[in-house]
Write a protein that binds this ligand. Sequence first.
Ligand code: PHE
Length: 364
Amino acid sequence: MDALEALRSRLLAEIAAADTPVALDQVRVQALGRKGEITGLMKDLGGLDAEARKTAGQALNRLKDEIAAAIDAAQSHLGEAALERRLASERIDVTLPVAYDGAGRIHPISQTIDELTAIFGAMGFHVEEGPHIEGDFYNFEALNIPADHPARQEHDTFYLADKPDGTRKVLRTHTSPVQIRTMLRDKDKLAQGQPIRIICPGRTFRFDHDATHSPMFHQVEGLVIDEKTHMGHLKGCLTEFLRAFFDIDDLPLRFRPSYFPFVKPGAEVDIGCLRSGGELKLGNYGEWLEILGCGMVHPKVLANCGIDPTRYQGFAFGMGIERIAMLKYGIPDLRTFYESDLRWLRHYGFLPLERPSLTGGLSR
Ligand code: PHE
């Protein structure tokens, strides 16, 4: 039995010394393999008499089980250690600054839409969207622009092919059709005391292309309808928005009477600026820059949407998103928005973690 005990301690020592799975496997083969030491001793049992075979056999079996278990334990230990080493070597510190090279950028149009959504969202507006391909009713008729109305000419409309029934669809020329869709859908909620308070940012299309016009551009429409909203609210809301968006606390606004078929009275809004040396600066400098159109929703438009104009009223406004983005971020040429030039995007785009936000500050 001494020989067996010596074999046991040697094998256990070898198991303890094996520091790789391969080395461990060698010990396994050497001890328990077909030609292994323990296997050999088992074979030798055949030469013993029955009584001695039984005692020696039991002892060998115990040794075999013990060694097999020790190898298994060592193996899982080696596995854990290897995993720990791998985890340590692949450890990532998520608090390190991001390596930005090659990172994508947020397009200034997306950024601007997010910013204005944040500002209007904080004022209780929610976002509505509508289709780009519109029916004549939504884009013109319901907005008090009948077929023979001169305003139709100003809209340089893209028409789709005539349908068999003689009607034709248009690419929406402004975001105002979303007003109509929302009022038609939500008119009954007004009676339950729920005001309509929406903004509709989105694509618009006009048959026009030069340095300051693109056939596809973006607008944001705003609409508020309830029983009491008046022109003062319109002024307050737009003042609040423009000051927050451009981050100029004393930015002056001027409301000039103007005409849009779907509002009455209608106005264009100018903001204060300074033009000098080919540069434009926004602020309280005594000069003016036109920025958007607005007014009180025309009673006919309300009636067209099934809303009683003797009971409900409200305001609407619309502005170009490219325009306010160009002004805020100093982008000189409208066409560059759509050229997909990566150098341009790297320059004017926004890094995902460094974009201006309502909570993080809206200016860079
Ligand atoms: N829809 C108008 C345009 O595209 C803008 C506007 C919207 C004006 C709402 C007044 C009220 O020019």
